[in-house]
Design a protein around this ligand. Structure first.
Ligand code: NAD
Ligand code: G6P
Ligand code: MN
Length: 440
């Protein structure tokens, strides 16, 4: 069986060790000959990489491992680029979340003005990685889960239309895992779904088992009472995520014939979200205090002891969708997966040039999107508005246009008025001066 060479871009990410452990678990179906890490923050990456070096030496000494901040070394001789960068890191995420909250507006990593601010930082960083890949390994594929995926995907559609890049999100996978549990199945892989929307903005219209039996009535009964919170205790789920899964009950009520993506709560219940936010302590603070601290201290302990038992790193099994995607391309599996792809008529009453999240069959030549057809007016209206926001952000970045970014923030359903949008924008510009283009 062929063995593959992978570079993880954003080697210093909190998710990197869990993904490495997951890749090791899946060597039988996706064998590796080399793993490289690339990051533009050498010190951050080193802490993660030195611990991964210990793990790889213990579990798979035959896999060549290295890490670097040099693009040529990183991107030469690779088959896949797995990209999860966060331009500006957590301190900028914190600003994305806190600045809108000053004005009583949703402060979130990927939704509303915070997501727009993050998008304005991410576009350049992700394009740079696409360009390194095309320069040093032109046959490679980039599997991107850097956020905000919707804006990043629109930017690559518009600015690198021929690049071999696939944008994917783990939220539908997480929700489907919960649906499977609610339906009494062992795995979401025993289900077949239909879904349409934008990234962090979509609806399931069909959930059935392998025999074609409709699972929606059973799941619906549960969602109507508890949202996506399963009856059995889910150990380790943080309170803030649990709230989001529970709130899906109210989001669902707006269209009980479907099941919603959890992130719709930010657009449909922004007043509730703001009322339940602490403007002094947001999700970025939680992540810095918990996940980041835990992963970095575990890595340091592993490196110091020279053995993996010294830390408590957990395998990120739910990230195995990345292996599903890589094997689909490597071995032409034609697996059905939700990807963020150009609409091109799949949803026939949405802009053909929108980037939509829909089921695709994935093989060696990339994704083949499945037809969705005509969607109802409620979803069409919401999606068209959000597509315009995402397109305006990319236009603002390309044209360095203050006006277009103001329009984008104004148009976001999370923002009440153009004057509030302007106040937020002006604060975001000051906070992002090291990352955004100079807006005219
Ligand atoms: P993190 O800050 O721990 O890691 C990101 C890393 O990217 C950092 O080490 C940083 O130095 C590096 N980086 C930033 N800009 C870079 C650049 N231009 N070139 C190379 N490296 C760069 O963040 P995290 O919380 O671990 O998340 C990483 C990313 O994965 C984020 O974009 C996050 O939103 C995304 N994510 C996506 C999904 C999904 O469903 N699509 C799920 C989880 C996380
Ligand atoms: C989900 C989303 C990701 C997002 C993440 C944030 O997995 O699909 O796109 O980055 O949540 O999680 P966090 O724990 O960093 O708040
Ligand atoms: Mn996501």
């Amino acid at each position: 069986m062929k063995k593959f060479s992978v570079v993880v871009a954003g080697g210093g990410s909190t998710f990197t060790p869990g993904i490495v452990l997951m890749l090791l678990q899946h060597q039988e179906r996706f064998p590796l000959r080399a793993i490289k890490f690339y990051d533009n923050d050498g010190a951050r990456q080193e802490t993660i990489a030195e611990a991964c070096k210990v793990i790889l030496r213990e579990q798979a000494p035959e896999i060549e491992f290295s890490y670097t901040t040099d693009p040529k070394t990183a991107f030469t001789d690779v088959d896949f680029v797995m990209a999860h960068i966060r331009v500006g890191k957590y301190p900028m995420r914190e600003k994305d979340e806190k600045i809108p909250l000053r004005y009583g507006v949703v402060g979130q990593e990927t939704c509303g003005p915070g997501g727009i601010a993050y998008g304005m930082r991410s576009i350049g960083g992700v394009l740079e990685i696409v360009d390194y890949m095309e320069k040093y390994s032109p046959d490679a594929w980039m599997l991107n889960y850097s956020n905000p995926a919707a804006i990043v995907a629109e930017a690559t559609r518009r600015l690198r239309p021929h690049a071999k890049i696939l944008n994917i999100c783990d939220m539908p996978i997480g929700i489907e895992g919960r649906m499977a549990q609610i339906a009494g199945l062992k795995s979401r892989k025993e289900m077949r779904v239909r879904y349409y929307g934008l990234n962090h903005f979509g609806w399931w219209t069909l959930v059935e088992d392998a025999h074609g039996n409709d699972l929606m009535p059973k799941i619906r009964e549960h969602v109507a009472k508890y949202g996506y919170v399963p009856s059995a205790d889910e150990p380790g789920v943080e309170a803030s995520w649990n709230d989001t899964f529970a709130k899906a009950k109210d989001v669902w009520a707006l269209d009980p014939s479907t099941f919603p993506n959890t992130y719709l709560k930010y657009y449909l219940f922004p007043d509730y979200v703001v009322a339940h936010s602490n403007p002094e302590h947001t999700r970025a603070n939680e992540v810095m205090e918990h996940r980041e601290k835990h992963v970095f201290s575990s890595c340091a302990a592993i490196t110091k002891a020279g053995e993996s038992s010294a830390g408590e790193l957990e395998i990120d099994e739910h990230a195995s969708y990345i292996v599903d995607l890589a094997t689909a391309i490597a071995f032409n599996t034609q697996e059905r997966m939700l990807l963020i792809v150009p609409n091109q008529g799949a949803i026939n009453n949405i802009d053909p040039e929108a980037m939509v999240e829909i089921p695709c069959l994935v093989g060696s030549n990339g994704p083949e999107p499945l037809t969705v057809g005509k969607i109802p007016l409620f979803q069409q209206g919401l999606m068209s508005q959000q597509v315009a926001v995402e397109k305006l952000v990319v236009e603002a970045w390309v044209e360095k246009s203050y006006l277009k970014l103001w329009q984008a923030i104004t148009l976001s359903k999370t923002v009440p008025s153009a004057s509030v949008a302007k106040a937020i924008l002006d604060d975001l510009i000051a906070a992002n001066k090291d990352y955004w283009p100079d807006l005219k």
